[in-house]
Design a binder for this molecule. Structure first.
Ligand SMILES: [Zn+2]
Length: 361
């Protein structure tokens, strides 16, 4: 299902690139035309029937001639100096170029391309950030709503005022303070921060906590993470590992940030992990990761000193519509348990979709 307001070109971009899959008819047509033209051009010498077709072709007006249309398509796609190479590389090349052209078209649209343009290719994992779309099993409505949200195409008051001209007030219907953009609703509204964002955050945190407890052999009351409520202290069988959930670390001196979401203290290996989850606005994921490391710097030093354990901070940062950094996988691999990128992404996105539904309908 395609959201009526989501970008139409994006629909045809490959799923792993953030699109929604189906082969665009126009694109398939162009690829086929180029393919046939190539066949005619290379086989006319050895096959007399091909030769007849090719001769007949050359007398046709452009609209009816496969070879002429194919030449036009190739010219549209190629820079002048690349033309001869492109012809050699044939169909695969054309297909790839068409995919690129489509992606660029989507990228360059003022509203809809905002999301993809804003991602920093150096740091953000392009492969993983659309994992929820390529491998996830979200309900179709949720999927199309999230795609529309990334495209900034849901009918917010900002959209209605600035794009559709159907409203005059662009301020948020809840806080009345800021422009009601998608970004505002999914990550920056002070009213939604009180409950909606917290519960979205807590779901991801509970999921991690459940996986950690399962892996380390701590006793659990529930069989599924979504029913799991993290306890303040869990201990693994034999007391090797202590897991603190949302607990303040008792420290003598005042440290502003001393309550990460999860602390795993391995008493045998003498290591400690401070895990903190943030579901942020998608354009803030880079900033948030750096903030987390800094935020717990003091606590890290203090814990190392007090408990005499090697301590590290593990930031778990997911954009509200699924953006993750390249470093995400590495951090996640440090956390005990079967923590899958797409599962955590899915939980964050479900929370976001829930918020959007609540506010916009
Ligand atoms: Zn607001």
């Amino acid at each position: 299902m395609h959201h009526p307001k989501a970008d139409i070109d994006r629909l045809y971009v490959k799923r792993k690139g953030g699109g929604r899959g189906p082969v665009q008819v126009k694109m398939a047509y162009k690829v086929e035309i180029t393919n046939i033209a190539e066949y005619l051009n290379t086989n006319y010498k050895v096959d007399q029937f091909v030769n007849i077709v090719k001769s007949s072709e050359s007398t046709q007006p452009t609209m009816n001639s496969i070879i002429k249309i194919a030449t036009k398509i190739t010219e549209e796609l190629c820079q002048p100096n690349e033309k001869s190479d492109a012809k050699q590389e044939g169909i695969q090349h054309t297909k790839a170029r068409l995919g690129e052209v489509l992606k660029n078209k989507w990228k360059n649209k003022v509203m809809c391309g905002q999301y993809i343009r804003n991602i920093d290719r150096q740091l953000i994992s392009e492969e993983d950030m659309f994992l929820w779309l390529s491998k996830g099993d979200l309900k179709e409505e949720t999927e199309s709503e999230s795609v529309a949200a990334q495209d900034q195409a849901l009918q917010t008051k900002y959209y209605a005022t600035k794009i559709l001209n159907t409203e005059t007030d662009s301020k948020c219907r809840l806080c009345q303070q800021f422009d009601e953009t998608i970004d505002h609703i999914i990550s920056a509204c002070p009213i939604l921060a009180k409950e909606q964002y917290i519960s979205r955050h807590d779901r991801v945190s509970a999921q991690l906590h459940f996986n950690i407890c399962t892996e380390t052999g701590a006793q659990l009351d529930k069989n599924h993470w979504y029913k799991h409520v993290p306890k303040s202290v869990e201990t693994s069988q034999g007391g090797k590992v202590t897991i603190l959930g949302n607990q303040q670390v008792p420290i003598n001196r005042t440290i502003p940030s001393n309550k990460p979401d999860i602390i795993i203290r391995d008493n045998k290996k003498r290591t400690c992990m401070l895990i903190d989850v943030t579901i942020s606005g998608d354009r803030n994921v880079i900033k948030k990761e750096a903030e987390k490391i800094l935020k717990y710097e003091d606590l890290t030093i203090e814990i190392q000193r007090m408990w005499n354990v090697k301590t590290k901070v593990i930031p778990v940062i997911i954009g509200a519509t699924g953006t993750i950094l390249k470093s995400f996988r590495k951090y996640l691999s440090n956390i005990p348990g079967n923590n899958e990128v797409k599962e955590l992404q899915k939980t964050a996105i479900l929370g976001t979709a829930h918020t959007l539904q609540k506010v916009l309908t």
